[in-house]
Ligand binder design. Structure first.
Ligand code: 8X3
Length: 261
C-alpha cells in the first residue's frame, strides 16, 4: 500500500519519533497534518518538508491535554483534509524517575493527561470518521514501559500500560469496520525523551544512552512506515523494538566507557 494518496495526522510531530515519521512519510508522498505544541518547530518542519519533498502540510498547534483545543484544531482543518487515513498517536512524555512514594503529583498529572487522555482526545476526534468511511489506521506509539514495570517508572509505566490497553480496546471495538489499529512499543530511543524526563539535565540524559547504540527516531519511524504500508488485509497489531543491546527494560548491555579503561 502506498502513502501517496493518504492523509496522515502525526501528534508530537515537532521532535523525536514524530518528526522522523513526518520526514519519512513525506518522502513516501503522504499529505501530513502536523500536531504539536511548539508552533515555530512545526513551521520550520513544514518548510523543510515542502523544500525536500514538496509535501503538503497542515499545522495544528495545540496541546493534546486540552480537549477543547484538540477538537477546535481538528474542526478547523479545511474540508479536503478532514478524511484522515492514518493517525499516528505519538505525543507522550515522561516526567521524573522517582520512587512512587516520593513522586510529584504534577508529574503524574502531566503524564496521565498527555499519554492517556491526550491519546483518547485525538482518537475521539478522528476515529469516528474512519469508522464511518470504513477505512483508516491508528498507530499508537506506546513503549516497552507498557509491557514491563521498572524501578521508579511507576506512573509512566502505568500510562503506557494504559496506552497498550487502549490499542487493544480500539482494535476490538473497531473490528469489522475496516479500521486497523497497531501498537508499537519502542525500547530505548535517543530523543528528547530523557531530557524531558530529567527536566533538562543533559548529563543524566546522556548517561541513559551511553555505552551502546540506542535506537534513533528514524528506526522507529521506519517501523511505523512498515505497519502503515501493509496491504489492507494485513494488520501488524503489536510490535516491540529494542536496540540490539537491550533485552528488557532493565537489561542493557553497556560497553566499557573510555574513562573506565
Ligand atoms: C521509553 C523507554 O525504557 O525509558 O518509553 O521507558 S523507557
Amino acid at each position: 500500500m502506498r502513502l501517496n494518496t493518504q492523509t496522515a495526522l502525526i501528534t508530537g510531530a515537532s521532535a523525536g519519533i514524530g518528526i522522523e515519521t513526518a520526514r519519512l512519510f513525506a518522502e513516501e508522498g503522504a499529505r501530513l497534518i502536523l500536531l504539536a505544541r511548539r508552533e515555530e518547530l512545526l513551521r520550520r518542519l513544514a518548510d523543510e518538508l515542502k523544500d525536500s519533498t514538496g509535501c503538503e502540510t497542515q499545522i495544528l498547534v495545540c496541546d493534546v491535554r486540552e480537549v477543547s483545543a484538540v477538537n477546535a484544531a481538528i474542526a478547523k482543518l479545511p474540508e479536503s483534509w478532514r478524511d484522515i487515513d492514518l493517525l499516528i498517536n505519538n505525543a507522550g512524555l515522561s516526567r521524573g524517575l522517582d520512587k512512587i512514594h516520593e513522586g510529584r503529583l504534577q508529574d503524574w498529572e502531566e503524564m496521565i493527561d498527555t499519554n492517556i487522555k491526550g491519546l483518547l482526545y485525538v482518537s475521539k476526534a478522528v476515529l469516528p470518521g474512519m469508522v464511518a468511511r470504513g477505512r483508516g489506521m491508528v498507530i499508537n506509539v506506546a513503549s516497552i514501559a507498557g509491557r514491563e514495570v521498572y524501578p521508579r517508572g511507576n506512573v509512566y509505566c502505568a500510562t503506557k500500560h494504559a496506552a497498550k490497553a487502549l490499542s487493544q480496546a480500539m482494535m476490538i471495538d473497531t473490528n469489522g469496520t475496516g479500521v486497523r489499529v497497531c501498537n508499537i512499543d519502542p525500547g530505548l530511543v535517543e530523543t528528547e525523551f530523557s531530557q524531558v524526563r530529567f527536566r533538562g539535565d543533559s548529563e543524566l540524559a546522556r548517561q541513559v544512552y551511553e555505552g551502546y547504540t540506542p535506537l534513533k527516531g528514524r528506526d522507529v519511524a521506519e517501523a511505523i512506515l512498515f505497519c502503515a504500508t501493509r496491504p489492507a488485509h494485513v494488520n501488524i497489531a503489536d510490535m516491540l523494538i529494542f536496540p540490539s543491546d537491550q533485552a528488557s527494560s532493565t537489561l542493557v548491555h553497556k560497553r566499557k566507557m573510555n574513562y573506565e579503561l
